[in-house]
Design a protein around this ligand. Structure first.
Ligand SMILES: Cc1cc2nc3c(=O)[nH]c(=O)nc-3n(C[C@H](O)[C@H](O)[C@H](O)COP(=O)(O)OP(=O)(O)OC[C@H]3O[C@@H](n4cnc5c(N)ncnc54)[C@H](O)[C@@H]3O)c2cc1C
Length: 428
């Protein structure tokens, strides 16, 4: 197996212009920093409103998480509706559930409106119980969806066999989810922004920010409004803000093209995107060319500070899938890659103004393509029409309280603080 991000091969058909580094001092109405989904959606909203926009990106657009993802587009990401209700109560959970939901709709409608070529697939979600003691997770989720009037089907073993015959014992199926190649999406989005007049500078890492002036190694931008959508912020940019998020590591792999018979055995009726009830869940879905894209993680590597290059973790997920579907036991998985997803301590992103400079906003810790799209767009709307933009500070605020306060992090460090905080979110 090759350690390589297969999405790069799969998106070679989308050509994008070379955007050279910023090499001079310039000014603009708006500056967006970071060319992931959040930054691109922020720039998109601002450009559509006629603003002059510059986008600075450290590597290339999609050079981090947004160009490495599995492309599962579902409102139920790290935070399912049941957990949100437990944390916020029913009414407030509805407000925050709307964020990933709107994010999915925003991405899908952009793809359709502009005819993006990014392997968009309508794939219902299938949440699968691997053993009887896990059935209550599925049942509780079904119960919550019923109370919230959200669509779902609860499928027993026999019904599951007709849709996805892998020996799972209970499943929850619902519509409203899609799959896409997220790197192709980013490249299409970059092309669209260039057409709309956004000036994009790649290989342009922001090193310091002083007031409204942002400096790279070779140039600077002075802007009336700044939106920072960067991952893994260095403390030189903002020491306190950089403490607010860390990452979790996850792994993906891709199969060689499968035969129609193999594919029809896995998905006899329709394509679905699947994940199971394990804490470090295995997830997979069909992608272009009759391949299966699969993801997995492990408790131990989740909080590693660096990329873990061994295939051990993802091989575990691949072998589990092969056991459930012996027809693919000899299929090769050709590529695998690791990625670090930025997260906050409570797994909900931050979108907020800088404490001292209200013309600068942070968009950070978006654990999901849909959250990122919404949050980038939301920050832009707050520039364009602050009075009529909903106030989500209670959920997304920079200064919100977490289970473990800052002094705990100062003593025990990021890894331990974030791990404990996430375990608490997942079990409560
Ligand atoms: C392996 C993997 C699988 C995933 N699978 C899924 C999935 O199936 N579904 C899903 O919804 N989500 C998935 N995610 C999560 C999703 O990809 C991210 O949540 C989302 O892409 C975050 O987007 P973003 O724009 O906030 O951040 P990023 O994509 O990380 O973008 C931030 C950008 O900022 C740039 N940057 C950083 N520092 C600077 C600087 N100083 N100056 C200039 N630019 C800078 C970076 O180069 C980067 O391009 C996955 C992530 C990974 C890693």
């Amino acid at each position: 197996m090759l350690y390589e991000n297969w999405l790069q091969t799969a998106s070679l058909n989308i050509k994008t212009a070379y955007c050279p580094p910023l090499k001079r001092d310039v000014t603009s109405d708006c500056l967006v920093i970071g060319g992931g989904i959040a930054g691109l959606h922020a720039a998109f909203r601002l450009a559509n409103a006629g603003k002059e926009v510059i986008l600075l990106e450290k590597t290339m657009c999609g050079g981090s998480s947004s160009g490495q993802s599995g492309g599962f587009l579902t409102p139920e990401s790290e935070e399912d509706i049941k957990k949100l209700i437990k944390r916020y109560g029913r009414k407030r959970a509805g407000i925050i559930y709307n964020i990933p939901l709107s994010g999915v709709n925003m991405i899908v409608s952009t793809i359709k409106d502009y005819n993006f070529n990014c392997d968009l697939r309508k794939q219902d979600s299938l949440y699968l119980s691997i053993k009887p003691s896990h059935n209550d997770k599925i049942e509780e989720e079904a119960e919550t969806r019923k109370e919230m009037n959200l669509p779902y089907e609860l499928l027993d073993k026999n019904e599951l066999e007709k849709i996805h015959p892998g020996g799972y014992i209970l499943g929850l199926k619902y519509s409203g989810s899609y799959g896409m190649n997220s790197l192709s999406y980013v490249k299409e989005m970059k092309n669209l922004l260039l057409k709309k007049g956004v000036k994009i500078y790649e290989s342009s890492e922001v090193n310091t920010i002083e007031g409204n002036t942002v400096k790279t190694h070779l140039g600077s931008v002075k802007a009336d409004n700044i939106i920072l959508c960067i991952d893994k912020m260095k403390k030189e940019i903002h020491q306190e803000v950089s403490k607010k998020y860390y990452h979790v590591q996850t792994f993906l792999s891709i199969s060689e093209p499968l035969t129609n018979e193999e594919m029809n055995t896995l998905f006899p009726k329709q394509e679905v995107m699947c994940w199971d009830t394990k804490w470090n869940y295995t997830h997979y879905r069909p992608v272009v060319g009759n391949r299966i894209l699969i993801g997995g993680s492990s408790v131990l590597t989740s909080y590693y500070s660096k990329y873990y290059h061994s295939p051990t973790i993802i091989n575990r997920s691949i072998n589990q899938l092969k056991k459930r579907f012996p027809i693919i036991k000899d299929a090769k998985f050709t590529h695998y890659w690791a990625g670090l997803i930025d997260v906050t301590k409570d797994l909900v992103p931050i979108v907020d103004y800088d404490n001292k400079n209200k013309s600068m906003q942070y968009v950070m810790g978006c654990a999901g393509l849909n959250w990122a799209a919404f949050c980038g767009d939301y920050a832009a709307r707050r520039i364009l029409d602050p009075k009529n933009t909903e106030d989500l500070t209670e959920f997304l605020g920079l200064n919100r309280k977490y289970f473990l306060p800052d002094f705990f992090q100062n003593i025990f460090g990021k890894k331990i603080t974030f791990a404990i905080s996430h375990i608490r979110e997942l079990i409560r």
